[in-house]
Design a protein around this ligand. Structure first.
Ligand code: TMP
Length: 390
C-alpha cells in the first residue's frame, strides 16, 4: 500500500483491554496514526496492532449488551431470509457472543470467532463455532467440513482485519454461486460528517468508504450489489456482495458512489480538514471538562466503550476529570479503562442523583440511553458532532 498519514491520535493502549491494577505496569501501548492509501482510497492505520493482542480469551465486548443491536440483528435476519434458498447455510464471521446467531437455526448456521471465551459460549448454544482468525485456511477447512454458504455475514468485523485481500478472497471461495456476502461496518462519510474520530482505534484498522471497498472487492472476484445506510454505531453501511459473475447492482450502489464523489471522500484534502476538526474537538472537550471541575461538578462517563479509549488517551482525560465510568458489562465492572485507568462500576452503583454530568462514551446508543435514563436530573455531555452539553 502507498499510504500517506493525515492524522496522529498519539500513544494508545488496547481499546478493549480493560484491566486490573496489577496489570498497569505491563500495559501495551502503540502509536495510532491514520493514513490514506493512494491506490484504493482506503482510510487505514499506518501500522497495525497484532490481532492476537486484541482478540483473545479475555475479550470483553459483548454485542448483546445493547437492545438496539439485538433488535437490529433480529430484524435483519428475518428480512434477509427471503433472499435465501429454503435450506440455506449461513456462516457468521466474528460471531462475538451470538447476538446475530441466535436468530438462526443452529443446524445450518456456523460461526468463526477468534476469542475463545465467546467461541465456547456459542458452541454451548449449539452453533458450531470455529475458534480462529478468518482467512484462506479457515475458509478451506469449513468448505471441506460443511460445503459452500448461501449467506456469509459479518458485523463490525471486516474492518477489524488488516489483510482485506486474503479476507475477501477467502469469502469468495466459500460462497455459493447464488450466495450473498453481507457485511456492515462504520461508514467513513458518517465518521467525517459527525466528527466521530473515536471510531478509530486498534480494532478498526480501516474505516470503509463504498469507493474503497468497491475496488478491493472487485480485485477479489466480488462485486457490490446493494448498499444500505444504517444508523447503528453512529452510522454504518451494510454492503451486499455477490460473486462478480452473478452480480447485478441496484441503484443504491451508484447512488452511494456518487455521494462519496460529491463529498470528495477519495481526496486527501477532505481528510486533512477532518484532522483539523479532530484537533479542535480535543481542545473543546478538555476545556469543557476543566470548567466542570473548576465549578466542583461531579462528572462521570456513561459506557466503557472502545471508542472512549481513543478519546480519553488522545485528549489526556483521566480520573482528575472523569471520576468513574459506568457500564452494564459484567466483564468490565471492577476493572479500569485502558491507558488512563479510570475505574469502571455498574450503573446501579454509579449512576445516581449525585452525578451532575455524564459524558456519553456510548454516544452511538444515545437514544436507547436517554430513554432508559429519562429520570436523570444531570446533563449528558457529547463530542459528536461538536462538543456540547445536551
Ligand atoms: P460500543 O459503543 O463499543 O458498542 O460499546 C457500548 C458499551 O456501552 C458496552 O460496554 C455496553 C455499554 N452500555 C451501557 O453501559 N449502558 C447502555 O445502556 C448501553 C446501550 C451500553
Amino acid at each position: 500500500m502507498d499510504k500517506t498519514k493525515f492524522l496522529d491520535l498519539g500513544r494508545q493502549p488496547i481499546a478493549n483491554g480493560f484491566l486490573t491494577e496489577d496489570q498497569f505496569e505491563n500495559e501495551f501501548f502503540y502509536d495510532l496514526s491514520v493514513g490514506f492509501d493512494r491506490e484504493t482510497a482506503l482510510v487505514t492505520h499506518m501500522e497495525y496492532v497484532k490481532p492476537s493482542l486484541m482478540f483473545n480469551d479475555e475479550y470483553s465486548y459483548r454485542g448483546s449488551m445493547s437492545n438496539t443491536m439485538k433488535l437490529h440483528f433480529a430484524t435483519f435476519s428475518k428480512y434477509v431470509k427471503q433472499f435465501l434458498p429454503k435450506k440455506h447455510k449461513v456462516l457468521e464471521i466474528g460471531s462475538n457472543d451470538g447476538v446475530f446467531l441466535v436468530n438462526w437455526n443452529s443446524d445450518r448456521c456456523f460461526a468463526v470467532e477468534p476469542c475463545g471465551n465467546f467461541a465456547k459460549e456459542t458452541n454451548q448454544l449449539g452453533y458450531k463455532t470455529y475458534c480462529g482468525f478468518w482467512g484462506g485456511d479457515l475458509s478451506q477447512q469449513i468448505l471441506s467440513d460443511v460445503g459452500t454458504m448461501d449467506l456469509v455475514f459479518a458485523a463490525n468485523c471486516m474492518c477489524h482485519i488488516p489483510d482485506l485481500d486474503n479476507t475477501f478472497s477467502a469469502v469468495e471461495k466459500i460462497l455459493s454461486d447464488d450466495g450473498f456476502f453481507i457485511f456492515e461496518d462504520p461508514s467513513l462519510i458518517e465518521m467525517i460528517n459527525v466528527n466521530s474520530y473515536d471510531q478509530i482505534y486498534d480494532e478498526h484498522p480501516h474505516i470503509f468508504s463504498v469507493t474503497a471497498l468497491n475496488t478491493i472487492l472487485q480485485r477479489n472476484g466480488l462485486s457490490i450489489v446493494r448498499v444500505d445506510n444504517t444508523s447503528v454505531h453512529g452510522g454504518s453501511n451494510r454492503i451486499w456482495v455477490k460473486k462478480s459473475h452473478f452480480a447485478k447492482a441496484d441503484d443504491s450502489v451508484a447512488r452511494n458512489l456518487e455521494i462519496e464523489k460529491i463529498f470528495r471522500i477519495g481526496e486527501e484534502d477532505t481528510l486533512h480538514r477532518f484532522a483539523e476538526r479532530v484537533r479542535q474537538s480535543r481542545k473543546d472537550l478538555g476545556d469543557l471538562l476543566c470548567r466542570c471541575k473548576e465549578l466542583g461538578k461531579r462528572v462521570i462517563s456513561y459506557g466503557a466503550t472502545s471508542k472512549s479509549t481513543t478519546i480519553f488517551n488522545y485528549c489526556k482525560i483521566g480520573k482528575d476529570l472523569i471520576e468513574y465510568i459506568t457500564d452494564t458489562t459484567p466483564e468490565k465492572q471492577g476493572k479500569y479503562s485502558p491507558g488512563v485507568h479510570i475505574p469502571i462500576i455498574s450503573p446501579e452503583d454509579g449512576f445516581n442523583p449525585s452525578v451532575d454530568f455524564a459524558f456519553l462514551g456510548a454516544w452511538n446508543f444515545s437514544r436507547e440511553i436517554k430513554e432508559k435514563e429519562k429520570d436523570f436530573k444531570g446533563k449528558f455531555i457529547t463530542h459528536v458532532p461538536i462538543v456540547r452539553v445536551l
